[in-house]
Design a protein around this ligand. Structure first.
Ligand SMILES: Nc1ncnc2c1ncn2[C@@H]1O[C@H](COP(=O)(O)OP(=O)(O)OP(=O)(O)O)[C@@H](O)[C@H]1O
Ligand SMILES: [Mg+2]
Length: 371
């Protein structure tokens, strides 16, 4: 048993220090992290979320918020640098992310630059929960597919390559449908070829989504129950026509409709994850606290899946998580994060006293950084 515990301890992923240069509102600042749970406190606009975003860079080589790199440079400057020391498998690693004045990005591990950024993804698994992520619950179906695809791609690179090819073929098929209408000719042979090419990619993605979601759904329900602590009869369903109809038949049946709509009306790009509460659509009737609880349940499930896949806990970044949650749910969430889970955790809050009181209830292993 002891050797098992030592093994786990040796696998811990922990950020020891980080230095931000010209990154968002930070001109130059270093932070040292000596505890497992780090509270980051300060008034609105002091840079709490920005610090979490810098940590996000260490895992994904990109911002959780801005796709345009130059928006992340301190106003008036072009380019920034984030450097960190990260402990992984009992060894300290040096990570540097530089966005240069011309926009070129370099990412170095122990002073060796990555040739492909994708090779780094997954080395330091990380789960971020930010207020805007609520769109996974309340937004359009594409938001939920993106959540699922991002997670499954981190776990299975074959899934990602099937998805990329499927999306390319889908675009080709849709432009073919538009061409038919523009030129007033329909070449069914060409359509048949594309339909056949899409088949193996559809099958892989559908099978993977179906099997993974069966596993995840019970985890999400159980995490939701832990946070809400009441039985709110939540239901989660994977909705896709492929559950009832093979893809080849679906395309045949939809052919007339597709030709009229000038796009492919059926397939895995239309899949949906439905959340229901008391048999009604969750996003239509759930309160803000309930929505937030479901978001945490999804993200904590993501955390657990990554943990069991990687063999150690991801970094957990919690931005402004307490807003709209009652005291019970805050307690249940922190119980999960501080006690039930291990791994390095960063939590922002404008209210230092509230955070300290809550954290003290669950752990002595925390530190608060005041910005
Ligand atoms: N590129 C940039 N250059 C300079 N300042 C920036 C840049 N991008 C964002 N900021 C500023 O950084 C400040 C801190 O933002 P941040 O979102 O981290 O605040 P916060 O502490 O999380 O606040 P809140 O409690 O409101 O969430 C904001 O005033 C924002 O305008
Ligand atoms: Mg913030």
């Amino acid at each position: 048993m002891l050797s098992f515990c030592l093994y786990l301890a040796a696998l811990l992923l922990q950020i020891q220090s980080i230095t931000l240069t010209q990154f968002k509102n930070y001109s130059q600042q270093s932070f040292q992290f000596h505890e497992r749970i780090i509270g980051i406190c300060g008034k609105n606009g002091v840079g709490k979320t920005n610090l979490l975003d810098a940590i996000h860079y260490l895992s994904f080589a990109k911002s959780h918020f801005n796709r345009i790199e130059q928006l992340n440079s301190l106003h008036g400057y072009n380019g920034f640098r984030i450097e960190a020391t990260i402990q992984l498998n009992d060894k300290a690693e040096n990570v540097i992310c530089i966005v240069r004045e011309d926009g070129k990005k370099d990412f170095l591990l122990n002073e060796v630059p990555y040739q492909k950024m994708a090779n780094h993804i997954g080395r330091y698994p990380c789960v971020m929960i930010a207020p805007d992520d609520i769109h996974i619950i309340t937004g359009i179906s594409e938001d939920r597919r993106r959540w699922m695809d991002r997670l499954f791609s981190q776990l299975d690179s074959v899934y990602l390559s099937h998805l990329v090819t499927y999306n390319r073929l889908l675009q080709q098929r849709n432009s073919l449908l538009r061409n038919f209408a523009e030129n007033n000719v329909t070449d069914f042979t060409l359509l048949d070829v594309l339909d056949e090419q899409m088949q193996p990619h559809t099958n892989y993605i559908f099978e993977k989504r179906n099997s993974m979601l069966q596993l995840l759904i019970s985890e999400i329900l159980s995490n939701y129950k832990k946070i809400s602590a009441v039985d709110e009869s939540l239901e989660i369903l994977y909705e896709t026509e492929l559950l009832h109809t093979p893809f080849s038949e679906l395309l045949k049946w939809n052919r007339k409709k597709d030709l009229a709509a000038l796009r492919t009306t059926g397939g895995i790009h239309r899949d949906e994850i439905i959340f229901k509460i008391n048999s009604q659509l969750f996003k239509n009737i759930a309160s803000q606290g309930q929505r937030k609880s479901l978001l945490f349940a999804l993200k904590l499930t993501e955390f657990e899946v990554l943990k069991s896949n990687k063999g150690f806990s991801p970094i957990l970044l919690l931005d402004d998580v307490f807003e709209k949650l009652d005291e019970d749910r805050i307690g249940n969430l922190l119980q999960e994060v501080c006690t039930a889970k291990d791994g390095h955790v960063f939590i922002t809050d404008t209210n230092r006293e509230r955070l300290a009181i809550h954290l003290k209830q669950f752990t002595s292993g925390f530190a608060i950084i005041d910005l």
